[in-house]
Structure formats: C-alpha cells, structure tokens
Design a protein around this ligand. Structure first.
Ligand code: PRP
Ligand code: URA
Length: 212
C-alpha cells in the first residue's frame, strides 16, 4: 500500500519492537519505553531532508567545516493525550526544539469527530518547522484538524509522525493536506466498526497512561 508523501519505516527492528508494542500482555512501562524508542527512529527518518548550517570546528588534528543544526527552528506538537507517549523519544533527538500542545479527543457519540479542548504553541511558530506527534492515525480526523490549527498560525513546513496508520485515514489526510509528509512505523489493514485500527494496538492513550 502506498500513498504520496507517506513514508513507512520498513526495518526488521521496527517490526520486532512494534510486535511487542501491539501485544495485549505488554504492560505500561514497556509500552511507554517502546513507543518512545520507535519515536526516535521516526524522528531520525523525518529529519532526513533538513538543512544544516555550515560551521567551522577544530578537531585535535585540524580545522574542518561541518554541518550544524539550528534546533530553535523546530517545534514538536503532540496531540494530547497519546502524542505525549512519543515526545520524550523525539526530544532526545532534538533536545532544544520548542514544544506546543494540542488537546483533542474523538467524540464516539458524534461519528468519531475530534473535539479540540486545548491549543498552546510556542511564539514565532510560523518561523519554525512543526512536527506533529500522535501514535495513532485512524479515521484521520484528529490529524486533519491538528494540521488545520497549525496552518492557521501561518506555519509553512509541517510533518506528521505516527506509529500506526490506517489506510482510510491516510487517504483523507493526504487529500486534505498533500503538502504534509507523514512518517509512520506501519500502515495497518483497516478500521473496525468502532473506528479502531485493525490489527492496531488498542487505545494508545489508555495503554500509555494505564487508564484502563
Ligand atoms: C486517539 C489518538 C488520536 C486519535 C486518532 O486519541 O491518539 O489522537 O485517537 O483517531 P482519528 O484518526 O480517528 O482521529 P483519542 O481521541 O482516543 O484521545 P486520547 O489520546 O486522549 O485518548
Ligand atoms: N485511537 C487509538 O488509540 N487507537 C485506535 O485504534 C484508533 C484511535
């Protein structure tokens, strides 16, 4: 299955870690550790095309020119709650990136439409590259609304990182926001009648925070 601007991590280690993450017996501690670890790999992949500034350094042997990242140019924006589950992983890669938050939950009684209850982003966000985080992209409703909110702030470069995506949601998000690259660890089979991803991993928020 392939979609324009959707990059799926295809790597045996990712498949292995994802297998443990998905297992229903996997407990909160291990789930959190694995979600963050997969977040690190996704972040590396999402950073593949970033531009570095040239700088001169001196090794013990000689001077040389090398590339340097201006970390201030990046902001991570987790979608609450579950997006918090990969935040530690991605900020281990770019520790000085700024962080925003979007609070959103799916309303089961209203066709799984997302309800936005919180929005706080760093100042001058329009000058930054924004990477939105959410482990699950199911119907795509939350991703579409989160990207809309970030675009309304004038941001031009947006990426979306998730662990598992459903084809139905990817279809919708890539149609509405063809300029946003989506990085995922796996594209699963489908959605079930309750808009949960199959095979998926269940409710990511509940598994990260141990709420059920
Ligand atoms: C989950 C998940 C995404 C959303 C994906 O959050 O973390 O934000 O569902 O579904 P969608 O693609 O159909 O919009 P949920 O609404 O369960 O909120 P929570 O993270 O607070 O549990
Ligand atoms: N949200 C989740 O946490 N899991 C799904 O499968 C779908 C939406």
């Amino acid at each position: 299955m392939s979609f324009n601007n959707v990059i799926e991590l295809k790597h045996p280690l990712i498949e292995h870690k994802l297998g443990i993450l998905r297992k229903k017996e996997t407990g909160t501690k291990e789930f959190r550790e694995l979600a963050n670890e997969i977040g690190v790999f996704l972040c590396y992949k999402a950073m593949e095309d970033i531009e570095l500034e040239e700088t001169e350094i001196e090794t013990p042997i000689c001077k040389m020119k090398t590339g340097k990242l201006n970390e201030d140019k990046f902001a991570f924006v987790p979608i609450l709650r579950a997006g918090m589950g990969i935040l530690d992983g991605v900020i281990s890669v770019i520790p000085n990136a700024k962080i925003g938050h979007i609070g959103m939950y799916r309303d089961d009684s209203n066709g799984y439409k997302p309800v936005n209850y919180f929005f706080k982003v760093p100042k001058n966000i329009e000058e930054k590259e924004v990477i939105i985080l959410d482990p699950m992209l199911a119907t795509g409703g939350s991703a579409i609304d989160a990207i809309d909110l970030i675009k309304e702030k004038g941001v031009k470069k947006i990426k979306f990182i998730c662990i598992i995506a459903a084809p139905e949601g990817l279809e919708k998000v890539t149609q509405k926001h063809p300029d946003v690259k989506i990085y995922c660890a796996h594209i699963d089979e489908k959605l079930n009648e309750n808009a949960y991803i199959v095979p998926g991993l269940g409710d990511a928020g509940d598994r990260i925070f141990g709420t059920k």
